[in-house]
Write a new protein. Structure first.
Length: 207
């Protein structure tokens, strides 16, 4: 258009500008057609993108649900596999020279404490050696026996003895003697631990 204003308006110039105009008009139509195609493609891509975002969002939610379910299932399995202990009993005995044990409730006559408990049947628990830590505390708050200390995470446990059994998903009766002398009168407390977790407790008295 600038060249047209500067031209002399002769036939040759007008013919050249006319040809350029038609060429530009044709190119413009082509560009507009391409633009329409691009608009349609862009609209299609936008729909596909939105659809993909929706699917990804749903997949993410589904994965979060699955992760939550797996965590709950793991916790349920872990709980189901835990062993329980029952029938915790303790009695004091006097030892005869013949080796015979006579049950007594008198502290001055006691030579040994007999601790017994049952590891209950659990069909889904892991088989193998199972160790329990038994803690016996007298009326003066003293831990009897080995008095060894074991750490479980940030917690520590002073125990009287350990009892290890080969567990095969069936009930197991455990009995172990705790020798001693000069037993104190009063109430004794017996605690059974599965590592750092208290699984059973009881008490008894000597007079």
């Amino acid at each position: 258009m600038a060249d047209l204003k500067k031209s002399k308006g002769d036939v040759a110039s007008m013919s050249k500008y006319k040809s350029q105009y038609f060429a530009l008009e044709s190119k413009m139509k082509t560009l507009m057609a391409e633009n329409e195609v691009l608009k349609k493609d862009n609209a299609k891509l936008t729909v596909e993108r939105d659809s993909t975002i929706t699917v990804l969002g749903e997949s993410r939610k589904y994965n979060e649900v699955l992760v939550g379910q797996n965590e709950e299932l793991s916790k349920t399995v872990e709980i189901a596999q835990k062993l329980s202990v029952s029938n915790l009993k303790t009695a004091a005995y006097k030892l005869r020279s013949s080796g015979k044990q006579i049950e007594t409730e008198k502290a001055r006559k006691a030579d040994v404490l007999k601790i017994s408990f049952t590891i209950n049947e659990n069909k889904v628990a892991k088989q193998g050696d199972k160790t329990y830590y038994v803690q016996v505390i007298d009326s003066k708050n003293n831990v009897l026996g080995e008095k060894k200390t074991e750490s479980f995470g940030s917690n520590s446990l002073t125990y009287s003895f350990t009892s290890t059994v080969n567990y095969e998903n069936k009930s197991v009766d455990v009995t172990q003697d705790l020798p001693g002398k000069d037993f104190e009168k009063g109430t004794y407390f017996v605690n059974v631990f599965d590592k750092g977790e208290l699984v059973s407790k009881s008490s008894f008295s000597l007079r």
